[in-house]
Design a protein around this ligand. Structure first.
Ligand code: GLY
Length: 258
């Protein structure tokens, strides 16, 4: 069974009030409340048996607490991405510094322009990776990503996105062949072999749960999804992410788990 030993998070910065948002969940994030929610998120992760590296806030960008996007970390290699959002592209520099503590030089790979890719578009299912072709991740980014993964014995396939920001905005793998699917992903043929739980439309945000060592962390305020995850047999922890949701961010966006 998969086991995560390490997690990297980055503290929210004051500039998060200027973060990118679709406006789907309206409001300006309350920075102090976001810090408290981030504290609780870190505690939840620690309960899942991982060591948590907490990077300091970076005020040079508004969205760097969504640390999942500038890197993809696997058992065999780290891939520093090339975020497609212009205001986020520079986040890759400091995340690479953090990643170097965990991976030797020859296991650190890069997506380079004109390829773009964001980690929120990458969903790892065993040795296979689904990657969303989105407004942030382009065909060349996916081509490079697929070639890098192949060097390490992993496979990869593309999923076209029509509606949501990132692949994992709407679909998440909970191991044991279990998958949460919402909206445009409910009937995608790519996911037909999984045990799918179809997220009710009114709880769409909660498609973004994270599996960490057989505990599933679920966003607070989504009772149907919480019950469904419990019924699958997982231990659950709920964490309030209301201030990150205003920036279209969810539980997976806030950490790198490896
Ligand atoms: N606000 C996070 C993002 O759009 O990437």
């Amino acid at each position: 069974m998969r086991k995560f030993n390490h997690v990297i998070v980055k503290r929210p910065c004051k500039a998060m009030t200027e973060g990118i948002t679709s406006g789907l969940y309206p409001g300006i994030p309350d920075f102090n409340l976001a810090l408290k929610q981030h504290d609780a998120y870190i505690e939840a992760l620690k309960q899942c048996g991982v060591d948590v590296t907490i990077l300091p806030a970076d005020e040079n960008y508004p969205d760097p607490c969504f640390v999942e996007d500038p890197a993809v970390l696997t058992e065999k290699c780290a891939i520093i991405t090339n975020p497609g959002a212009a205001s986020r592209n520079g986040e890759k520099v400091s995340i690479e510094e953090a990643v170097r503590k965990f991976y030797p030089e020859d296991r650190i790979e890069h997506i380079i322009s004109p390829g773009t890719l964001e980690g929120g578009d990458v969903m790892m299912c065993g040795n296979h990776f689904f990657v969303g072709r989105s407004a942030r991740t382009n065909a060349e980014g996916i081509r490079q990503f697929t070639a890098i993964l192949a060097k390490y014995g992993y496979t990869c396939s593309e999923v076209r996105l029509e509606e949501v920001l990132h692949l994992k905005t709407g679909v998440n793998y909970l191991e044991n062949n279990n998958m949460l699917v919402s909206g445009e992903f409910i009937n995608k043929p790519e996911f037909e072999t999984y045990n799918k739980y179809v997220i009710p439309e009114e709880e769409a945000y909660a498609a973004n749960c994270i599996w960490v060592n057989d505990t599933v962390i679920v966003p607070e305020g989504y009772p149907a999804v919480l019950e469904a995850v419990k019924a699958m047999g997982y231990k659950t922890i709920t964490v309030d992410t209301s201030e990150f949701r205003k920036l279209d961010g969810g539980l997976s966006c806030l950490s790198l788990r490896f």
